[in-house]
Write a protein that binds this ligand. Structure first.
Ligand SMILES: Cc1cc2nc3c(=O)[nH]c(=O)nc-3n(C[C@H](O)[C@H](O)[C@H](O)COP(=O)(O)OP(=O)(O)OC[C@H]3O[C@@H](n4cnc5c(N)ncnc54)[C@H](O)[C@@H]3O)c2cc1C
Length: 282
Protein backbone atom coordinates (compact mmCIF):
# COMPACT_ATOMS: atom_id res chain seq x y z
CA UNK A 1 0.00 0.00 0.00
CA UNK A 2 1.22 3.45 -0.79
CA UNK A 3 1.50 5.32 2.53
CA UNK A 4 0.97 8.68 0.89
CA UNK A 5 0.65 11.58 3.30
CA UNK A 6 -1.72 14.29 2.04
CA UNK A 7 -0.46 17.81 1.52
CA UNK A 8 -2.03 19.87 4.28
CA UNK A 9 -1.63 23.52 5.04
CA UNK A 10 -3.47 24.93 8.01
CA UNK A 11 -3.79 28.66 7.83
CA UNK A 12 -4.39 30.69 10.97
CA UNK A 13 -7.12 33.29 11.41
CA UNK A 14 -5.81 36.86 11.14
CA UNK A 15 -6.57 39.26 13.98
CA UNK A 16 -8.11 42.08 11.89
CA UNK A 17 -11.30 41.45 9.89
CA UNK A 18 -11.72 43.36 6.63
CA UNK A 19 -14.90 45.40 6.13
CA UNK A 20 -17.48 43.47 4.09
CA UNK A 21 -17.74 45.04 0.63
CA UNK A 22 -19.53 42.41 -1.50
CA UNK A 23 -23.23 41.52 -1.32
CA UNK A 24 -23.90 38.43 0.84
CA UNK A 25 -20.22 38.40 1.83
CA UNK A 26 -18.89 36.00 4.43
CA UNK A 27 -15.37 35.85 5.80
CA UNK A 28 -13.08 32.87 5.24
CA UNK A 29 -11.93 31.56 8.64
CA UNK A 30 -9.63 28.68 7.67
CA UNK A 31 -8.46 26.72 4.63
CA UNK A 32 -7.01 23.21 4.43
CA UNK A 33 -5.51 21.68 1.29
CA UNK A 34 -5.86 17.90 1.19
CA UNK A 35 -4.38 17.12 -2.23
CA UNK A 36 -3.52 19.14 -5.34
CA UNK A 37 -7.17 18.65 -6.42
CA UNK A 38 -9.06 18.94 -3.12
CA UNK A 39 -9.41 21.47 -0.32
CA UNK A 40 -11.83 22.39 2.44
CA UNK A 41 -12.58 25.73 4.02
CA UNK A 42 -14.69 27.27 6.76
CA UNK A 43 -16.49 30.60 6.56
CA UNK A 44 -18.62 32.73 8.88
CA UNK A 45 -22.31 31.79 8.96
CA UNK A 46 -24.92 34.46 8.28
CA UNK A 47 -26.92 34.93 11.49
CA UNK A 48 -30.18 34.42 9.60
CA UNK A 49 -29.14 31.25 7.75
CA UNK A 50 -31.14 28.15 8.75
CA UNK A 51 -30.57 24.96 6.77
CA UNK A 52 -31.20 21.25 6.98
CA UNK A 53 -28.07 19.07 7.12
CA UNK A 54 -27.42 17.79 3.57
CA UNK A 55 -28.58 20.93 1.72
CA UNK A 56 -26.55 23.07 -0.70
CA UNK A 57 -26.18 26.81 -1.31
CA UNK A 58 -24.71 28.99 -4.06
CA UNK A 59 -21.27 30.36 -3.20
CA UNK A 60 -18.61 32.18 -5.18
CA UNK A 61 -16.38 35.15 -5.81
CA UNK A 62 -16.60 38.30 -7.92
CA UNK A 63 -15.68 37.51 -11.53
CA UNK A 64 -13.08 39.39 -13.57
CA UNK A 65 -14.08 42.93 -14.67
CA UNK A 66 -15.83 43.12 -18.04
CA UNK A 67 -13.16 44.43 -20.49
CA UNK A 68 -15.62 46.95 -21.97
CA UNK A 69 -17.58 48.21 -18.96
CA UNK A 70 -15.21 47.33 -16.12
CA UNK A 71 -18.20 45.90 -14.21
CA UNK A 72 -17.80 42.74 -12.12
CA UNK A 73 -20.47 40.08 -11.72
CA UNK A 74 -20.60 37.37 -9.04
CA UNK A 75 -19.39 33.95 -10.23
CA UNK A 76 -21.49 31.46 -8.30
CA UNK A 77 -21.63 27.65 -8.09
CA UNK A 78 -23.69 25.13 -6.11
CA UNK A 79 -21.90 23.79 -3.02
CA UNK A 80 -23.11 21.30 -0.43
CA UNK A 81 -22.73 22.57 3.12
CA UNK A 82 -20.37 20.04 4.72
CA UNK A 83 -20.91 21.23 8.28
CA UNK A 84 -23.97 20.20 10.29
CA UNK A 85 -26.93 22.53 10.89
CA UNK A 86 -25.87 23.22 14.51
CA UNK A 87 -22.35 24.46 13.64
CA UNK A 88 -21.72 28.19 14.11
CA UNK A 89 -19.49 28.28 11.01
CA UNK A 90 -20.06 26.79 7.53
CA UNK A 91 -17.67 24.25 6.05
CA UNK A 92 -17.25 23.40 2.37
CA UNK A 93 -15.23 20.68 0.65
CA UNK A 94 -14.09 21.56 -2.86
CA UNK A 95 -12.55 20.29 -6.02
CA UNK A 96 -9.85 22.39 -7.77
CA UNK A 97 -10.58 22.39 -11.51
CA UNK A 98 -7.47 24.02 -13.00
CA UNK A 99 -9.35 25.86 -15.76
CA UNK A 100 -12.66 25.98 -13.88
CA UNK A 101 -14.12 29.50 -13.85
CA UNK A 102 -14.69 29.49 -10.07
CA UNK A 103 -12.33 26.94 -8.56
CA UNK A 104 -9.24 28.15 -10.48
CA UNK A 105 -9.65 31.26 -8.23
CA UNK A 106 -11.36 29.76 -5.19
CA UNK A 107 -8.43 27.43 -4.53
CA UNK A 108 -6.32 30.50 -3.62
CA UNK A 109 -8.61 31.89 -0.88
CA UNK A 110 -6.98 32.73 2.44
CA UNK A 111 -8.35 33.37 5.93
CA UNK A 112 -9.76 36.90 6.07
CA UNK A 113 -10.87 36.87 2.40
CA UNK A 114 -14.48 37.43 1.43
CA UNK A 115 -16.72 34.82 -0.16
CA UNK A 116 -20.19 35.38 -1.60
CA UNK A 117 -22.84 33.10 -0.09
CA UNK A 118 -26.47 33.27 -1.18
CA UNK A 119 -28.41 32.26 1.94
CA UNK A 120 -31.03 30.12 0.17
CA UNK A 121 -30.34 26.47 1.07
CA UNK A 122 -32.03 23.76 -1.01
CA UNK A 123 -31.54 20.07 -1.80
CA UNK A 124 -32.93 16.56 -1.73
CA UNK A 125 -30.37 14.88 0.55
CA UNK A 126 -32.38 15.61 3.68
CA UNK A 127 -34.07 13.44 6.29
CA UNK A 128 -37.48 14.85 5.34
CA UNK A 129 -37.22 13.17 1.92
CA UNK A 130 -36.85 9.65 3.40
CA UNK A 131 -39.46 7.44 5.05
CA UNK A 132 -38.53 6.15 8.52
CA UNK A 133 -36.24 3.10 8.42
CA UNK A 134 -33.70 1.05 10.35
CA UNK A 135 -30.55 1.58 8.33
CA UNK A 136 -29.40 4.44 6.10
CA UNK A 137 -26.74 4.23 3.38
CA UNK A 138 -24.83 7.35 2.30
CA UNK A 139 -23.19 6.57 -1.08
CA UNK A 140 -20.53 9.12 -2.11
CA UNK A 141 -17.77 9.51 -4.66
CA UNK A 142 -15.20 12.33 -4.64
CA UNK A 143 -16.56 15.63 -3.30
CA UNK A 144 -19.96 13.94 -3.11
CA UNK A 145 -19.04 13.18 0.50
CA UNK A 146 -19.73 16.84 1.42
CA UNK A 147 -23.47 16.56 2.20
CA UNK A 148 -22.79 13.39 4.19
CA UNK A 149 -20.02 15.14 6.15
CA UNK A 150 -22.91 17.30 7.35
CA UNK A 151 -25.38 14.47 7.94
CA UNK A 152 -22.97 12.20 9.87
CA UNK A 153 -22.39 15.09 12.31
CA UNK A 154 -26.11 15.63 12.87
CA UNK A 155 -27.65 13.93 15.95
CA UNK A 156 -30.94 13.59 14.02
CA UNK A 157 -29.27 10.97 11.80
CA UNK A 158 -28.63 8.73 14.82
CA UNK A 159 -32.04 9.41 16.35
CA UNK A 160 -33.70 8.27 13.11
CA UNK A 161 -31.54 5.25 12.26
CA UNK A 162 -29.95 2.34 14.17
CA UNK A 163 -27.24 1.98 11.54
CA UNK A 164 -25.56 4.63 9.36
CA UNK A 165 -23.33 3.35 6.54
CA UNK A 166 -21.09 5.85 4.76
CA UNK A 167 -19.39 4.59 1.59
CA UNK A 168 -16.82 6.80 -0.10
CA UNK A 169 -15.09 5.87 -3.35
CA UNK A 170 -12.16 7.80 -4.82
CA UNK A 171 -9.40 7.02 -7.25
CA UNK A 172 -6.55 7.48 -4.77
CA UNK A 173 -6.03 6.92 -1.04
CA UNK A 174 -5.17 10.60 -0.36
CA UNK A 175 -8.59 11.60 -1.76
CA UNK A 176 -10.26 9.65 1.06
CA UNK A 177 -8.38 11.53 3.78
CA UNK A 178 -10.96 14.29 4.46
CA UNK A 179 -13.65 11.68 5.14
CA UNK A 180 -11.35 9.35 7.05
CA UNK A 181 -10.18 12.09 9.41
CA UNK A 182 -13.74 13.30 9.90
CA UNK A 183 -15.02 9.83 10.88
CA UNK A 184 -12.03 9.35 13.19
CA UNK A 185 -12.59 12.73 14.86
CA UNK A 186 -16.27 11.89 15.43
CA UNK A 187 -15.37 8.62 17.13
CA UNK A 188 -13.24 10.62 19.59
CA UNK A 189 -15.73 13.47 19.99
CA UNK A 190 -17.05 13.59 23.60
CA UNK A 191 -20.63 14.37 22.50
CA UNK A 192 -21.16 12.73 19.09
CA UNK A 193 -18.76 9.85 19.87
CA UNK A 194 -21.21 8.22 22.26
CA UNK A 195 -24.10 8.71 19.87
CA UNK A 196 -22.38 7.11 16.88
CA UNK A 197 -20.80 4.22 18.79
CA UNK A 198 -21.65 0.98 17.01
CA UNK A 199 -23.96 2.89 14.62
CA UNK A 200 -21.68 4.64 12.12
CA UNK A 201 -19.96 2.29 9.67
CA UNK A 202 -17.41 3.74 7.25
CA UNK A 203 -16.67 1.90 3.97
CA UNK A 204 -13.92 3.61 1.92
CA UNK A 205 -12.83 2.14 -1.42
CA UNK A 206 -10.33 3.16 -4.09
CA UNK A 207 -10.56 2.45 -7.80
CA UNK A 208 -7.00 3.18 -8.92
CA UNK A 209 -4.46 3.20 -6.09
CA UNK A 210 -4.12 0.09 -3.95
CA UNK A 211 -5.93 0.17 -0.59
CA UNK A 212 -7.47 -2.39 1.82
CA UNK A 213 -10.81 -2.34 -0.06
CA UNK A 214 -10.68 -1.70 -3.78
CA UNK A 215 -13.26 -1.28 -6.52
CA UNK A 216 -16.37 0.58 -7.58
CA UNK A 217 -19.11 0.60 -4.96
CA UNK A 218 -21.60 -0.66 -7.54
CA UNK A 219 -19.53 -3.84 -7.91
CA UNK A 220 -19.43 -4.27 -4.11
CA UNK A 221 -23.21 -3.96 -4.00
CA UNK A 222 -23.80 -6.34 -6.90
CA UNK A 223 -21.41 -9.01 -5.59
CA UNK A 224 -22.65 -8.67 -2.01
CA UNK A 225 -19.09 -7.98 -0.78
CA UNK A 226 -20.23 -4.77 0.96
CA UNK A 227 -22.92 -6.58 2.99
CA UNK A 228 -20.52 -9.39 3.91
CA UNK A 229 -17.76 -7.03 5.04
CA UNK A 230 -20.16 -4.90 7.09
CA UNK A 231 -22.13 -7.84 8.47
CA UNK A 232 -25.49 -6.46 7.31
CA UNK A 233 -28.28 -8.15 5.31
CA UNK A 234 -28.78 -7.38 1.58
CA UNK A 235 -30.85 -4.30 0.60
CA UNK A 236 -34.42 -4.45 1.84
CA UNK A 237 -37.00 -1.74 1.04
CA UNK A 238 -38.74 -2.39 4.38
CA UNK A 239 -35.74 -1.45 6.51
CA UNK A 240 -33.16 0.30 4.30
CA UNK A 241 -32.95 3.92 3.16
CA UNK A 242 -30.27 5.56 1.02
CA UNK A 243 -28.87 8.85 -0.20
CA UNK A 244 -26.59 9.04 -3.25
CA UNK A 245 -24.20 11.85 -4.21
CA UNK A 246 -21.72 11.32 -7.01
CA UNK A 247 -21.16 11.69 -10.74
CA UNK A 248 -24.16 11.31 -13.08
CA UNK A 249 -22.93 7.82 -14.02
CA UNK A 250 -22.59 6.62 -10.44
CA UNK A 251 -25.96 8.07 -9.46
CA UNK A 252 -27.61 6.25 -12.37
CA UNK A 253 -25.89 2.94 -11.61
CA UNK A 254 -26.70 2.96 -7.89
CA UNK A 255 -30.26 4.08 -8.59
CA UNK A 256 -30.70 1.01 -10.83
CA UNK A 257 -29.38 -1.30 -8.09
CA UNK A 258 -31.63 0.23 -5.43
CA UNK A 259 -34.69 0.10 -7.69
CA UNK A 260 -33.99 -3.53 -8.46
CA UNK A 261 -34.20 -4.23 -4.72
CA UNK A 262 -37.64 -2.58 -4.60
CA UNK A 263 -36.60 0.85 -3.28
CA UNK A 264 -38.21 3.98 -4.78
CA UNK A 265 -36.79 7.45 -5.31
CA UNK A 266 -38.28 10.09 -3.02
CA UNK A 267 -38.31 13.88 -2.79
CA UNK A 268 -38.93 16.56 -0.18
CA UNK A 269 -42.62 16.61 -1.08
CA UNK A 270 -42.88 12.82 -1.31
CA UNK A 271 -40.56 10.88 1.02
CA UNK A 272 -39.69 7.36 -0.13
CA UNK A 273 -36.77 4.91 0.27
CA UNK A 274 -33.91 6.80 -1.38
CA UNK A 275 -32.84 10.20 -2.73
CA UNK A 276 -30.20 11.32 -5.24
CA UNK A 277 -28.21 14.48 -5.93
CA UNK A 278 -25.48 15.28 -8.45
CA UNK A 279 -22.07 16.08 -6.91
CA UNK A 280 -21.42 18.25 -10.00
CA UNK A 281 -22.73 18.80 -13.50
CA UNK A 282 -20.60 17.49 -16.34
C1 LIG B 1 -26.11 20.30 -6.22
C2 LIG B 1 -24.61 20.50 -6.44
C3 LIG B 1 -23.78 20.49 -5.32
C4 LIG B 1 -22.39 20.67 -5.49
N1 LIG B 1 -21.58 20.61 -4.41
C5 LIG B 1 -20.23 20.70 -4.58
C6 LIG B 1 -19.35 20.58 -3.46
O1 LIG B 1 -19.77 20.43 -2.30
N2 LIG B 1 -18.01 20.64 -3.72
C7 LIG B 1 -17.51 20.84 -4.98
O2 LIG B 1 -16.30 20.88 -5.15
N3 LIG B 1 -18.32 20.95 -6.04
C8 LIG B 1 -19.66 20.90 -5.86
N4 LIG B 1 -20.49 21.04 -6.95
C9 LIG B 1 -19.88 21.43 -8.24
C10 LIG B 1 -19.70 22.95 -8.26
O3 LIG B 1 -20.97 23.55 -8.41
C11 LIG B 1 -18.76 23.44 -9.40
O4 LIG B 1 -19.03 22.76 -10.58
C12 LIG B 1 -17.30 23.26 -9.03
O5 LIG B 1 -17.00 24.08 -7.91
C13 LIG B 1 -16.36 23.66 -10.17
O6 LIG B 1 -16.61 25.02 -10.51
P1 LIG B 1 -15.79 25.71 -11.67
O7 LIG B 1 -16.47 27.00 -12.00
O8 LIG B 1 -14.34 25.79 -11.28
O9 LIG B 1 -15.88 24.71 -12.90
P2 LIG B 1 -17.22 24.24 -13.68
O10 LIG B 1 -17.28 24.95 -14.99
O11 LIG B 1 -18.41 24.35 -12.77
O12 LIG B 1 -16.87 22.72 -13.90
C14 LIG B 1 -15.93 22.32 -14.88
C15 LIG B 1 -15.92 20.81 -14.96
O13 LIG B 1 -15.24 20.29 -13.83
C16 LIG B 1 -15.82 19.06 -13.41
N5 LIG B 1 -16.25 19.21 -12.00
C17 LIG B 1 -16.93 20.23 -11.45
N6 LIG B 1 -17.14 20.02 -10.13
C18 LIG B 1 -16.57 18.83 -9.84
C19 LIG B 1 -16.46 18.09 -8.63
N7 LIG B 1 -16.98 18.53 -7.48
N8 LIG B 1 -15.81 16.91 -8.69
C20 LIG B 1 -15.28 16.46 -9.86
N9 LIG B 1 -15.36 17.12 -11.04
C21 LIG B 1 -16.00 18.29 -11.02
C22 LIG B 1 -17.00 18.80 -14.34
O14 LIG B 1 -16.58 17.93 -15.36
C23 LIG B 1 -17.30 20.15 -14.91
O15 LIG B 1 -17.89 20.07 -16.18
C24 LIG B 1 -21.86 20.87 -6.80
C25 LIG B 1 -22.73 20.90 -7.91
C26 LIG B 1 -24.07 20.69 -7.75
C27 LIG B 1 -24.97 20.69 -8.95
Amino acid sequence: MNEQVPVTQDAAIPAAKPVKAMPDAQIVKSVKHWTDRLFSFRVTRPASLRFRSGEFVMIGLMGDPDPKTGKQKPLLRAYSIASPSWDEELEFYSIKVQDGPLTSKLQHIQPGDELILRPKPVGTLVHDALLPGKRVYFFATGTGIAPFASLIRDPETYEKFDEVILTHTCREVAELEYGRQLVESLEEDPLIGEMIEGKLKYYPTTTREESPVMGRITEHLKSGELFERLGVPPLNPETDRAMICGSMGLNKDITAILEESGMREGANSEPKEFVVEKAFVG
